[in-house]
Write a protein that binds this ligand. Structure first.
Ligand SMILES: CC(C)(COP(=O)(O)OP(=O)(O)OC[C@H]1O[C@@H](n2cnc3c(N)ncnc32)[C@H](O)[C@@H]1OP(=O)(O)O)[C@@H](O)C(=O)NCCC(=O)NCCS
Length: 224
């Protein structure tokens, strides 16, 4: 890395930056802007980043490059607790937002409806089904996103180092994460970091024309 990169905990005033990066890297690693697939940035953040930046800021890290937030890694040391809080606090927000989007005609678009039903099913229901055994062994999980202009500079590795160190201190036995087979940047990155594929399942990615895509669950044990 030739530019000055600082890895540190997210500050409360940087939550908006995190939400924006979630959106700009959210479509299998690509920018959702102008793609007319996902109906709304806030709804998307409710699904993938809002919980962590609101309820677990101690497990949220940012990479700051020359004063700009260039990427983040957010997660939890205990997925069981995270899922309970997500159900209690975030699902009502999602429902409220969906009603509002419907009221203003945004969710009447068929593509947006397909995205929402596919995502809610894949991210929430099927995730729950495979949880019990897996999270016993890999209780921590994470989401990592670096803006395109800052990728392949070592930022992902630096964020991952910081998170692993934090999870080890938190006494987590292992970390899991979920991605898709078509995420051509994330899959090699996780493999390079020592994550192994725990399961592979097909999912409904017809809404973006990726019938061949599958959901990959990766896991890695931690030294304690
Ligand atoms: C995956 C991601 C976090 C990696 O972060 P990064 O800062 O680019 O990664 P680093 O520079 O630390 O490490 C580089 C390694 O990541 C992988 N990688 C990153 N960009 C890649 C690309 N364009 N093509 C293939 N592999 C890539 C490779 O393993 C690479 O090693 P190599 O350069 O020796 O081939 C980043 O690409 C990203 O945020 N992508 C978009 C969001 C996303 O998909 N997040 C994961 C959701 S599950």
């Amino acid at each position: 890395m030739s530019r000055e990169v600082v890895i540190r905990r997210m500050k409360a005033q940087e939550r908006g930056k995190v939400i924006s990066i979630t959106w700009k890297t959210g479509l299998f690693g690509e920018d959702l802007t102008g793609r007319h697939i996902v109906p709304d940035k806030l709804l998307f953040s409710y699904l993938y980043s809002w919980y962590y930046i609101t309820y677990e800021p101690e497990n949220c890290f940012v990479a700051v490059v020359d004063g700009e937030v260039a990427g983040y890694l957010i997660g939890t040391s205990d997925t069981r607790i995270q899922r309970r809080r997500f159900q209690a606090s975030i699902i009502p927000k999602i429902n409220k937002r969906v009603l509002k989007l419907q009221k203003y005609g945004i969710l009447y678009d068929q593509k947006a409806k397909d995205w929402l039903s596919g995502t809610l099913h894949d991210e929430i229901l099927s995730y729950q089904e495979q949880l019990p055994a897996m999270i016993e062994e890999y209780p921590a999980h994470l989401h990592i996103n670096v803006l395109p202009g800052y990728q392949r500079l070592g930022i992902g590795h630096a964020l991952m180092d910081r998170f692993i160190e934090t999870m080890s201190v938190a006494d987590a036995r292992g970390i899991h994460l979920i991605t898709t087979s078509i995420n051509s940047k994330a899959v090699p990155f996780y493999k390079k970091r020592g994550f192994k594929v725990l399961s592979e399942q097909s999912f409904d990615a017809r809404w973006v024309g990726h019938e061949e895509a599958s959901v990959l669950v990766f896991g890695m044990h931690l030294d304690r």
